[in-house]
Ligand binder design. Structure first.
Ligand code: NDP
Length: 246
């Protein structure tokens, strides 16, 4: 990961779970980490990275708000002069069977998981195009690949991210920008901690490697796609799911 030294990286949803692990890993690799979440939620991870000798700023951003996204990117450019990597990680679930799903729950998930990735990507493209380099990594899900009852809104966003990433990858490839998806399986975070024991056990039974993933399992894959070692990989969906879906 030595190629990540001094790279300027924006991570959305950096306050907890996968995003936090991604931010910490980039910090350890010597990158400059802009850790984003709502309110002051990302302050602690930025402090941790600085406390370990790294460089990091936290930024308050609700990714459903275009103006806040533009302010975040503006701050990163003003403070660090460039943006090398964007990790679109912020995400939510609002699970319900489709017949009972409200439009509000459908729209909230689309806005946070899919539209925000579009808006953040569009906003970083200007500096990346100027630099003629950049990495955009979108956090998808195994659910976007195989579906899951009760998650039609969530599955639609995660499948949507794949199409979005492949289309954008083709648009910007000649400018040295790659766009990829990391698709986690079931990872032990706040998002999955609410699952009832039977549902959790049923999920575990579907995982050939026999355990839930950790946020670090995902952070390692994101770090790889951001590194020079992955320079020739674009439009790819990297499944990190313990074999849950092959
Ligand atoms: P968590 O629920 O632990 O964390 C979600 C993160 O998203 C938080 O940092 C939260 O920040 C942020 N976030 C949510 N809404 C917004 C918003 N409107 N604006 C800014 N930030 C927001 O989730 P995970 O770490 O588990 O998930 C991270 C990503 O990985 C998601 O995209 C998820 O879909 C995906 N994923 C997770 C899997 C799992 O099993 N856990 C499996 C497959 C994919 P805040 O502090 O502001 O709330």
């Amino acid at each position: 990961m030595s190629s990540l030294q001094n790279r300027v990286v924006i991570v959305t949803g950096a306050s907890r779970g996968i995003g936090r692990a991604v931010a910490v890993r980039f910090g350890e690799a010597g990158a400059v980490v802009v850790a984003a979440a709502r309110g002051n939620h990302a302050d602690a991870v930025a402090e941790k990275i600085r406390g370990e000798g790294g460089r990091s700023s936290s930024v308050s951003v609700d990714v459903t708000d275009t103006k806040q996204i533009e302010a975040m990117v503006g701050m990163a450019i003003e403070e660090y002069g460039r943006i090398d990597v964007l990790v679109n990680n912020a995400g939510i679930v609002r699970d319900q069977l489709t017949m009972r799903m409200t439009a509000a729950d459908w729209n909230a998930v689309i806005a946070t998981n899919l539209t925000a990735a579009f808006t953040c990507s569009r906003t970083v493209l200007r500096p990346m195009l100027k630099q003629r380099s950049g990495r955009i990594i979108n956090v998808g899900s195994v659910v976007g690949q195989m579906g899951n009852a009760g998650q039609s809104n969530y599955a639609a966003t995660k499948a949507g991210l794949v199409g979005f990433s492949k289309a954008l990858a083709r648009e910007v490839a000649t400018r040295g920008i790659t766009v990829n998806v990391v698709a986690p399986g079931m990872i032990d975070t706040d998002m999955t901690s609410g699952l009832a024991k039977p549902a959790r056990e049923a999920m575990l039974a579907q995982i050939p490697l026999g355990r839930l993933g950790t946020p670090d399992d995902i952070a390692r894959a994101v770090g790889f796609l951001a590194s020079d070692e992955a320079a020739y990989i674009t439009g790819h969906v990297l499944a990190v799911n313990g074999g849950m879906y092959m």
